[in-house]
Design a protein around this ligand. Structure first.
Ligand SMILES: NC(=O)C1=CN([C@@H]2O[C@H](COP(=O)(O)OP(=O)(O)OC[C@H]3O[C@@H](n4cnc5c(N)ncnc54)[C@H](OP(=O)(O)O)[C@@H]3O)[C@@H](O)[C@H]2O)C=CC1
Ligand SMILES: CC(C)=CCC[C@@H](C)[C@H]1CC[C@H]2C3=C(CC[C@]12C)[C@@]1(C)CCC(=O)C[C@@H]1CC3
Length: 330
């Protein structure tokens, strides 16, 4: 049976590298690139077909930050009858709008005992300016979490099938931090660390999804790709600056193993999960892409800093929000 794989945010960065690597592992897969910009999606498909001529690559238009677009995309997928099931759903699209570095925190952190942790996670170094979407949601939450959740819910008939397990894989981050997230403000309307909050939310959600869906054959995992040079990180510092500090980054990599740097290396854990049996995975672990000082790639599972009650409480809040939006749609 050929595997069906859908990747959101597949037209650039880690998503595109993942698609390329998946085709290298198995060029018989049915690959669906779910992107908001069809021109960029076409360019990505052309690039993938260059390295894998004859690959089965479809495009699906979806803006995960817009509920209307997510519902339309799911409807299109169901109506097209192109696929009967989905084996892997990579929820990879993500944003970090208007990032700012706190240089004082950087200098203080540099000379503290937490220096290595700071470089591995970016903790306390970054703030973002969020916006409100047309649906009245915080943009980072809508894009990184809620749009993906609704997509998953809409695609349930493709994912929950008795004959075979399916795996949902969330692109989380080492920047996910418990203290940046609050159940009473899960959209992060108050603070300035919406990215960190949204990634912690994906971690919680993945745990709750396993509790609710494993019996139906659906499994969920989270990955951290490491620090990767993509449009996202070029929004934090310009490309020339990253090139300038490359020797320093290679040095830091020797201590943290978390500077994977290239999208190819960053996709390591995502590709590794493709090769695993979903039921053998640890629902409470985050799978990190790592690159050693000598440049070899490996995957490291790390227990997540969360409790299952919080995961369940957050899941219930998402269900409530979903009900509210579905009422508005009708
Ligand atoms: N780079 C890094 O160091 C790290 C990245 N990550 C995570 O990895 C994931 C991929 O990021 P990365 O490859 O670095 O970043 P990129 O900016 O290169 O890629 C992000 C992808 O998501 C798409 N996207 C953004 N918003 C939407 C939307 N509303 N609807 C549909 N697609 C959307 C982008 O499409 P478009 O081209 O249209 O903008 C693009 O294809 C993200 O979730 C990120 O948080 C996690 C840890 C570290
Ligand atoms: C000398 C040197 C390497 C300076 C760079 C300092 C910071 C800009 C980076 C240190 C750790 C980085 C990091 C991220 C962004 C850039 C840093 C803060 C992320 C938050 C990017 C997005 C993620 O999902 C996780 C990354 C963790 C590490």
């Amino acid at each position: 049976m050929k595997k069906v794989v859908l990747v959101t945010g597949a037209n650039s960065g880690i998503g595109l590298a993942l698609c390329k690597r998946l085709l290298s592992v198995d060029d018989q897969i049915h690959l669906c690139l779910a992107c908001r910009n069809m021109q960029r999606a076409e360019t990505a498909r052309a690039a993938l077909l260059c390295s894998h001529p004859g690959a089965d690559i479809a495009l699906l238009k979806v803006d995960v930050g817009s509920l209307k677009s997510v519902l339309e995309a799911a409807k299109e997928l169901k109506q097209s009858k192109r696929y009967r099931r989905l084996d892997y759903l990579y929820l990879n699209a993500g944003i970090m709008p208007n990032p700012r570095i706190d240089f004082n925190a950087f200098i203080n952190g540099l000379f503290s005992r937490k220096a290595i942790h700071m470089f591995a996670t970016g903790e306390g170094l970054l703030t973002q300016e969020d916006q409100v979407t047309e649906d009245g949601l915080q943009n980072v939450f809508a894009t990184n979490v809620f749009g993906h959740f609704i997509l998953l819910r809409e695609l349930e008939p493709f994912l929950c099938q008795s004959e075979k397990e399916s795996l949902v894989i969330w692109s989380s981050s080492s920047n996910a931090r418990r203290s940046a997230f609050s159940l009473t403000d899960y959209q992060h309307t108050q603070g300035k660390e919406s990215y960190s909050s949204s990634k912690y939310a994906t971690d919680l959600l993945s745990v709750a999804l396993n509790n609710h869906y494993n019996k139906q054959g659906l499994y969920s995992s989270v990955v951290c790709p490491g620090l990767v040079m993509t449009h996202l990180t070029y929004g934090i510092l310009p490309p020339f600056f990253w090139t300038l500090i490359l020797p320093i980054m290679l040095l830091i990599r020797m201590f943290t193993n978390s500077f994977t740097l290239s999208p190819y290396n960053g996709a390591e854990a995502l590709v590794w999960l493709f090769k695993q049996k979903p039921e053998s995975l640890d629902p409470l672990a985050k799978y990190y892409s790592c690159t050693s000082g000598l440049g070899s790639n490996y995957v490291k599972p790390v227990k997540m800093d969360l409790d299952e009650e919080a995961a369940e409480a957050f899941y219930q809040k998402l269900l409530d929000l979903e009900t509210k939006y579905r009422c508005w749609q009708n």
